[in-house]
Ligand binder design. Structure first.
Ligand code: ACM
Ligand code: ZN
Length: 729
């Protein structure tokens, strides 16, 4: 019975548009329907006299790619006419569909946006093209609507990049930030320095699994690739035909290991290290000496003519100053230029690039670290470590592109389930992306004027191929484009409805491997009235359905057992397997003496729900504490016999999370179980055996690592302590 109810609800998923709903995403400013439809036989006849030949070509190829629609130009009796308007809002357009289709536009780009909207309005049935009679008026809210793609960690071919651009254009993105160089591969041909690609485009081996999984293993397979300058031009032209500007990024002074593998003389030590096969931040960066600066300027000289974009991205993020501190040449630059420290040296370095780009008629953009040590005069800041960098830059009168990790990092997880494919970490749901506003509430109007817009970032450490890239990008990119384009905010429910009714079918037709995580039901665990737990299934937000109980599991009386549950998530979705450890404390009461951090407080039941958190860590399935010791009581309704305790914690030093080091357990009557685990343990499960006690309360105190030792991320800080389960046997 229950199954059928869900089938019925998910029937929405069988892709039929609802009449009044505007099918266009991002949502246009105005959409008004009148009764009736405009119907034509299969193709679109357009009057080309009011558009340029280039635009006509773009229209033809894009209609064919997106909808399989043939376009034929015909002046005498066209279905679609165009009118160029002046004195209207930049990039605005309107579409009127009555007895004919009339598109009014202000710029070539806006005419293309109108065309995309028209294609989104079209439906094909039995060889006919059908449009709702309607009026659309539309314009973008922000001028920088971008997606970033890292092709260094994993390489994407020209055809794959073109497909990425085709999909971007369907959602009216206009900026493609192409991250072409990093530690793990240099991906653009530079004729003057051929070793950059001969050596720098290839790594011998790549780390397997998540980089925090220890011990690390490597695949020992040569990996790489690069784009010739001809291919770069081809991609840039392809993007331009879809009104997308390509902004190249050449990383400096950090993330430079691939370049330095080819030309080690531009590092501080002069020592050659191979192209890196591990993800992370590395000490060897470009030396700040004059030779390195000139080397990079020569590279830029070859790059600038390939990209018509006014912006060039020079990276600037995550550059450790370790080498600079002990390099006589870097120290000499500091002295000669009256700089105070290595941060000012980075500013000097970026400033030299700024001057060079400005001389060449280009504008510099860099990650928000370029603020440290002083912002270069013409620099635009890309704010990724939250909004702060962007706010600081805007306050100084510099332009800003926002891409805070919280909303714009599409390498984060998008679903709560442990079945999500491996990602770097974090959780950025579709709903969260839709709620994104590039202008934070505490920015004043004058500062807000400096915010050009925003972009979604696709770092590809854990995105090895196109299919995975599409999974991480869609549908979140559609939510982002809506947040950046649409003046009037929409609700998640409305967005979800248009997305699932109109755009999931489109993505299916295009064979895009988009994520369906937003359709998955939520599984909630609660305490059962008579002990143990109940698992409840609630439909995903946006889908109307009653929640149903799918499992009730009692706490073990004697022996612990593992209960397996299979959850039907709906059609087109895999069923989900869950393993519940039915131990003696399942569903017991928990009293916290130390409170979990509000950031990682998923409720006290988390540690007695029989479910182990996902590894690698996915924030939501754990209780996180930001203190060095954690105390709590597990309380039973009546005294029970305890033989063994298993305290499951997490050890993920890359996320500043360290397993508990020592513990102190006492029972309500006898107070046994003092134990010490010495040293920096990476044991995630503390097992305390041979307990013979009858108890009503177990008092647990866990002590963390104190401070993160040197040589580890976050050294010197108090580490986090994360617990997923207190298992009582
Ligand atoms: C960045 O994510 N390192 C800009
Ligand atoms: Zn140096």
């Amino acid at each position: 019975m229950l199954k059928f109810r869900f089938l019925f609800v998910f029937g929405l998923f069988s892709w039929f548009a609802i009449a009044q709903e505007c099918p266009i995403l991002p949502t246009p400013a105005v959409y008004q329907t009148t009764n009736g439809q405009f119907v034509s036989s299969g193709n679109l006849v357009i009057d080309p006299s009011q558009i340029t030949p280039n635009l006509l070509e773009s229209f033809k190829s894009y209609a064919l790619w997106s909808k399989g629609i043939e376009v034929s130009p015909f002046v005498q009796n066209p279905m679609v006419q165009f009118k160029k308007l002046t004195n209207v809002k930049q990039d605005s357009y309107s579409i009127n569909i009555a007895e004919r289709i009339t598109i009014s536009y202000s710029s070539e780009a806006s005419c293309f946006y109108a065309w995309v909207s028209l294609l989104q309005l079209s439906q094909q049935k039995e060889g006919q093209l059908i449009f709702p009679k309607c009026f659309v008026k539309d314009y973008p809210k922000f001028q920088w609507r971008g997606l970033h793609l890292d092709v260094s960690r994993h390489f994407f071919t020209v055809d794959e990049v073109k497909r990425f651009l085709d999909l971007m254009a369907y959602y009216k993105f206009n900026t493609f930030h192409w991250h072409l160089t990093d530690d793990q591969g240099w991906r653009i041909e530079i004729k003057k320095y051929p070793l950059l690609t001969e050596v720098g485009a290839w790594r011998d081996s790549t780390v397997e699994n998540h980089y925090s999984t220890l011990p690390r293993t490597y695949d020992k397979t040569r990996y790489g690739g690069f784009y010739t300058q001809e291919q770069i031009k081809e991609v840039v032209a392809y993007a331009a035909a879809r009104f997308i500007e390509v902004v190249p990024e050449i990383e400096m002074p950090g993330h430079a290991r691939a370049a330095l593998a080819a030309y080690p003389q531009y590092a501080c030590t002069g020592e050659a290290h191979g192209v890196e096969g591990l993800w992370g931040i590395f000490d060897d960066i470009f030396c700040a000496k004059e030779e390195s600066i000139l080397f990079l300027q020569e590279i830029l000289s070859e790059i600038l003519p390939l990209f018509p974009s006014s912006y060039v991205h020079v990276g600037g993020d995550e550059a450790p100053k370790t080498r600079w501190e002990s390099c006589p040449k870097c120290q000499a630059v500091i002295k000669a230029n009256g700089l105070h420290d290595e941060h000012e040296l980075q500013s000097y370095f970026i400033g030299r690039m700024d001057a060079f780009l400005t001389q060449n008629g280009k504008k510099l953009i860099g990650w928000d670290e370029i603020l440290e040590g002083g912002l270069s005069p013409n620099a635009t800041v890309m704010s990724w470590r939250g909004y702060e960098g962007g706010k600081a830059a805007a306050a100084q009168g510099h332009y800003v592109v926002m891409c805070p990790g919280s909303h714009c990092y599409f390498d984060h997880y998008q679903g709560r389930g442990a079945e999500e494919p491996l990602a770097i970490g974090g959780f950025t749901s579709l709903e969260k992306v839709l709620s994104f506003n590039p202008i934070p509430p505490d920015m004043n109007t004058a500062e807000a004027a400096y915010v050009l817009g925003a972009q979604g970032n696709l770092w590809t450490e854990y995105i090895p191929n196109m299919s995975q890239l599409e999974y991480m990008t869609y549908p979140r990119a559609i939510a982002l484009s809506t947040a950046l384009w649409s003046e009037t905010p929409t609700t998640y429910e409305k967005f979800f409805s248009v997305l699932t009714n109109n755009h999931f079918p489109f993505l299916e037709t295009q064979k895009v491997n988009f994520s369906k995580s937003c359709l998955k039901p939520n599984l909630q665990t609660s305490r059962s009235e008579n002990g143990g737990i109940v698992i409840q299934k609630t439909a995903a937000k946006g889908i109307i359905a009653n929640s149903v109980a799918i499992a009730g599991i009692k706490a073990a009386k004697r022996k612990t057992k593992t209960v397996q549950i299979k959850v039907d998530q709906g059609p087109n979705l895999p069923s989900k397997e869950m393993n519940i450890i039915a131990h003696k404390a399942l569903g017991a009461k928990v009293h916290f003496i130390t409170k979990p951090s509000p950031k990682y407080d998923n409720g006290d039941l988390t540690i007695v729900d029989g479910q182990l958190g996902a590894r690698p860590w996915k924030g939501n399935e754990w209780l996180g504490f930001d203190s060095d010791s954690v105390a709590f009581d597990i309380v039973f309704d009546k005294p029970i016999k305890v033989k063994e305790l298993r305290i499951h914690t997490l050890h993920d030093p890359n996320s500043w999370i360290w397993a508990a080091q020592t513990y102190n357990i006492s029972f309500s009557k006898t107070g046994v179980g003092n134990g010490i685990a010495d040293g920096y343990s990476s044991e995630e499960t503390i097992v305390i055996e041979n307990i013979k006690d009858k108890t009503k309360t177990i008092h647990v105190v866990l002590y963390g690592a104190g401070y993160i030792p040197s040589g580890h991320p976050g050294a010197g800080n108090v580490p986090w302590l994360f617990i997923d389960e207190i298992e009582v046997r």
